[in-house]
Design a protein around this ligand. Structure first.
Ligand code: AKB
Length: 325
C-alpha cells in the first residue's frame, strides 16, 4: 500500500479516496475510519480498515505492517460538533494529529497532508481578503486545534525534515457525502432541501458571508499542492478559496431553478463562529507558489449541485448519503 487516508469516509475523505484509487489503483490506497461508510456513499462496499487516530498503538501497528509513502490525515471533529463537545474535539484533533506526525516520523513516511481551516482566524484577524500571515487567535476549539496543528506540523518540518503540507479550507460544497458537522454545512443542506421541495431553516443569517470551495476544486488543489516541488513552497500552510457567498446568494441562485424555494432564518450558536471567520481570504501565495486557480464560482457550483443532487434523489430517493435525504 502506498497511501493511507484517515477519516476516509468524511466529506473530503470519501471523494479524495475515490480519486486516489482511480490514480494509483485500489490496492494501493488504504481507507481508514472509525466507523463504516454510510449506505449509498461511493465508499460503501470498498475495502477499509478500522482506525481510531487517538490510539497511537493502532497507528503504529498499521504503519509497521504497511510502508506508506503518503498519508492524508483527514480525521477530525469540525467546528459545530467541536463546540458541542470541545473536549472530544481537542482529543481527536490534537492527539490524532500528534499520533499521525509521530508515526510518520518513526516510519519515514515521505509526504503528509494535514488539512487546516479558515477557523484558524478569529475576531482579531482582518475579515476581508484575510492574508496568509496574520493574527491567529480563534474563538472555537476547532480553530484552536487547527492553529496548534499548523504549529506542530511546522515543527516536524523544521525539526525532523518531514514533508508536511497543509491547506486552510473554507466551507466545502459537495454532493457525494454529508458534511461532517461544520459551520458551513448549510451550503450543502440548502441544495438538498431545494431539490426535495422542502422549506429550509438556515442556522446563519441571510447576510453571513464566508469563503467556499467546490469539492472538484478541493481535489485539484490537494493534488497540486502535494505534487509541487518542495523548493517552490514558501510556506507549509496556505490560504485557499474558490468564491465568497452568503445564504442570500445561494438562495438567489437556487430560485433561478426552483422559484418557490422557501427559506427561513434561525441563527444558532454557529452564528458566533461564522462571525469570527473571514468573509474572504487572500490566497495569492497559493496562486504564486504552485499555480492555484479555482474553476468553480457560485453560479457553476449551483448548477452542478442542483443537477447532481436531483439525479441522486431520482435514482434513490431514500439514499442516506445526502443530508436530510
Ligand atoms: C467547518 O465549518 O467547521 C469546516 C471548516 C470551514 O473548516 N467546514
Amino acid at each position: 500500500m502506498r497511501v493511507l487516508v484517515t477519516g476516509a469516509f468524511g466529506q473530503i475523505g470519501t471523494e479524495l479516496t475515490e480519486h486516489l484509487r482511480a490514480m494509483h489503483g485500489s490496492d494501493q490506497v488504504m481507507a481508514a475510519d472509525i466507523r463504516p461508510p454510510r449506505a449509498g456513499s461511493p465508499a460503501a462496499g470498498q475495502p477499509w480498515v478500522h482506525l481510531d487516530v487517538t490510539d497511537a498503538r493502532a497507528l503504529e501497528s498499521l504503519l509497521t505492517e504497511h510502508r506508506f509513502e503518503t498519508i492524508y490525515h483527514l480525521a477530525a471533529i469540525l467546528s459545530g460538533k467541536g463546540e458541542e463537545n470541545p473536549q472530544a474535539a481537542y482529543h481527536v484533533n490534537m492527539t490524532g494529529t500528534m499520533n499521525v506526525l509521530e508515526a510518520a516520523r518513526k516510519h519515514g513516511v515521505g509526504r503528509l497532508f494535514l488539512p487546516s481551516s479558515i477557523a484558524v482566524f478569529g475576531q482579531d484577524s482582518p475579515r476581508d481578503m484575510t492574508p496568509n500571515e496574520t493574527v491567529l487567535r480563534p474563538g472555537s476549539m476547532y480553530g484552536i486545534t487547527k492553529v496548534a496543528g499548523e504549529l506542530l506540523l511546522e515543527y516536524y518540518v523544521q525539526r525532523y525534515g518531514l514533508d508536511v503540507r497543509s491547506l486552510r479550507f473554507p466551507g466545502i460544497i459537495s454532493y457525494k457525502t454529508e458534511p461532517g458537522g461544520g459551520t458551513t454545512d448549510y451550503a450543502v443542506d440548502i441544495f438538498v432541501h431545494a431539490v426535495q421541495g422542502r422549506r429550509y431553516r438556515c442556522f446563519l443569517t441571510e447576510g453571513t458571508r464566508l469563503p467556499f470551495m467546490y469539492m472538484k476544486d478541493v481535489i485539484r488543489a490537494v493534488d497540486a499542492l502535494m505534487d509541487a516541488p518542495a523548493e517552490l513552497l514558501t510556506r507549509r500552510c496556505y490560504n485557499i478559496s474558490g468564491f465568497s457567498a452568503d445564504p442570500g446568494d445561494f438562495i438567489r441562485e437556487i430560485r433561478r431553478v426552483y422559484g418557490d424555494f422557501a427559506v427561513s432564518f434561525k441563527p444558532d450558536f454557529r452564528q458566533d463562529i461564522a462571525d469570527s471567520w473571514p468573509r474572504s481570504v487572500d490566497d495569492s501565495p497559493a496562486r504564486q507558489d504552485w499555480g492555484w486557480h479555482p474553476e468553480y464560482d457560485l453560479s457553476r457550483v449551483s448548477q452542478d449541485m442542483l443537477k447532481h443532487v436531483s439525479q441522486i434523489l431520482q435514482q434513490a430517493p431514500g439514499l442516506g448519503c445526502l443530508p436530510g435525504a
